[in-house]
Structures are given as C-alpha cells and as structure tokens.
Design a protein around this ligand. Sequence first.
Ligand code: PMP
Length: 426
Amino acid sequence: MKTFAQMTAEELRRERDEARAAVDAFASRGLKLNMTRGVPSTAQLDLSGAMQGLVTDKTGYLSENGTDCRTYGLPDGLPELRAIFAELLEVPASQVVAWGNSSLNLMFDMLSQCITQGTTQGGPWGKQGEVKFLCPSPGYDRHFSVTEYFGVTMIPVAMTPTGPDMDEVERLVSGDHSIKGMWCVPKYSNPQGVTYSDETVRRLARMPAADDFRIFWDNAYFLHDLADQTDALLNILPEAAAAGHPDRVFQFAATAKITYAGAGVAFFASSEANVAALKKRLTMQSICPDKVNQLRHARFFGSAAGVLEHMQGHRAILAPKFQAVLDALDTLDGSGIVEFTRPHGGYFVSVDVPDGCAKRVVALCAEGGVALTGAGATYPYGKDPRDRNIRIAPTFPPVDELKLAMELFVACVRLAAAEKQLTMDN
Ligand code: PMP
C-alpha cells in the first residue's frame, strides 16, 4: 500500500472522493452517536448493582468498628474501605483518606488550598507571584480546566512512551521555582494509555524543584487493566520519601470507573504530614464524608482481592470495544496518516492524524453523526499546537455502534488527510 505522501494527485483525488462519499452516506443515515467523554456503559454500571442492597435496615449500618454510618464520625473515612484501598495503592492505611464522590473535586480543593493557604513547606503559592504548572500533553482536559480556572500558567511538556519528557521536566523545574506543580496520570494515562516507567517515576521523585513543589498524581486508572499484558507502576510515595521529598506527591484515586461515576468514593494518599494537614482542614470543611456510601462499597468489595475480581468484569466488557477501535484504525495501516496507541488499560485510545487535521476530522465526524471530544481539548488552553491529537473514548457505545462510528472516523481521517496532501502537493 502506498502512503498518502507517495500517492499521485489523481490517486489522492480518488481517495478524497471515495472518503467524501462515505461520509455523506453516513450523514444521510441520521446517526447520533456520542463519544465525547469516557463514561462507563450501562453494562459496567450494572456490575455494581448488588451494592445498593448491602446497606439497609436489614443489614444494619454499623461499620466494623461499631460506628453507625448514618451519623457523624470517622472524619477520614471508613477504616475498612481505607484499608482495602491502602492495600491496593500500597500505602499504609494511616496515609489514606476516603472522602467524597469525586477525586477531581479533591484535586480542585488541594490546588485551591495550596494557592490560598500554602503547603507543609511554605506559604500560599498565590502570594509568591506567578504560579506555574507542568502539563504533560496530551493530557486530561479537566485537569487543565482546573489550573486555568485558578489562573495558573500551564506549561505543556511532551509525553513519550515512558511518561513525560523527563529531560525537559528536570530542566524546567530546576531553573524556575515559580513552577509549583505538575499534573500526572501515571498509569494508563488519559488519553494515551501510557504508564510511566520506573525511571520516570524515580526521576520525578528525586528531581530538584521548589521545596513546595507538588505532583498531583492522579492514579484514576490504576486498576483498569484491559489486556493479559498489564503495566506495572512503581509506587512513587516511598521513592519520594527516600529521595528526601516525602511531601512532594499528592496521590488521588477513585471508584468512579469501578462502581459508579459520580457516586463512588474518592481517595487521597500521601505522606503523614500531608495527610495530617488535609485532615485538619477537612474538619473545617465538612464534619465527615458520606459513610453510608463508603459502607456500601466496603461490603460490596469485601477485600482488595474483591476489587480486583470486580475489575475483571469491566475488562470483559471493555476489551472488545477497544479491540473494535484498534481493528478500525488498523485498516489505515501503511497509509502513513495515523499514529495511535494500543493501551493495556485505561479508558481511551489516542490518535494523531496529520498536522493541521484534527479539527477537520472532528468536524467531519460531526457531519456524519458522531460527536468526538473537541480537537485541542487534550492540551492546555484547548490549543494543540499541531492540531493533530484526537481522543477516542470507546467505553460507552455498544460494540456495533462503536464499529459504525469508527468506520466513519476512518473515512473522515482519509478525507482530511487527502485534502491536506492535495493542498501540499499543489
Ligand atoms: N482523573 C482522570 C484522569 C479521569 O479521566 C477522570 C474521569 N474522566 C477523573 C479524574 C474524574 O474522576 P472523579 O469522578 O473521581 O472526579
């Protein structure tokens, strides 16, 4: 197969016209598929159906230590649920807080507190002048919205197959102490599905940076394996402690993509000092978290092994969907017009189309009836400098709809790429 760059103008025009006809045919079918967000499918939510019946008048409301979960108490969360997630996160339970329904909310709150109150290492970031954050890109759009909201200057750093470009990260943080933090989705990253290598984790833990520098370690997908070959992530907390930066890392996790999105439980794991500071503050923010929901979760899982077993159910539903996406993208093999990831887990497939074509592909898909995440969303300020990255979210649609949507996507990429190649050749 010839790459698009090798095709003659006539061949490119044929590609373009065929692809245009395919997109038009889709448009006339009146499809309406939404693949904008990585949300769990109904079948995935149903996996947790039994959870609802586990906390009732019949079962009682007592935690293992005898606390009635219907009333105030246990301000850092239910001990049995903290113990389960502490084991999974490989952190002592004393360093884990089980809090509300959203980890993003915890991240928003931590950033807000750092700006107005400071950290265990120093005064409010907001009183030290400009505050900057490193943003490995492509990354999670909502992270970037949070930093943008607080007026933090975002500095994109390229992602590599082993995590953020560490030479660049080290160069930036060692020379500029107004860089106060960094977003990281270290396992099965959103959107590329990259897991940081041990070397990347160690370099993040030990690099010279401002004393009050904080890594927002969003381990949202740490249990979301999709393949027999799973990725292993080095535990950063002991690495940071051993490197003399015990308070550098704020780790977040959640059951949003394990049980219910928006009605799960979020966790914070960090050094003793950071956890103590958080707990002190939480007593002022709220008397205690929703322990009834935490009790439901603890009873439903039973143990760390129970969580892992539950994740197999997600994998069984999701793996064929990811395969459908990859099979469709594989039809472009040899064309030279796409690069994409084959993640071993997580919620997304990241596709790079030719430079300058991402917005066009997303617009063409919309014409054909498929809504994708906006092009640019995976970069700070919504600006993909090369306009080439597109995030595919395969989790929600049923496989047959996904196959259709991907057929359209492939036609749109061919059309945009042929159009571009024709203008370049002219
Ligand atoms: N972090 C990442 C990396 C995510 O992809 C998502 C959900 N898309 C979240 C956090 C949101 O988690 P929660 O529902 O716990 O706020």
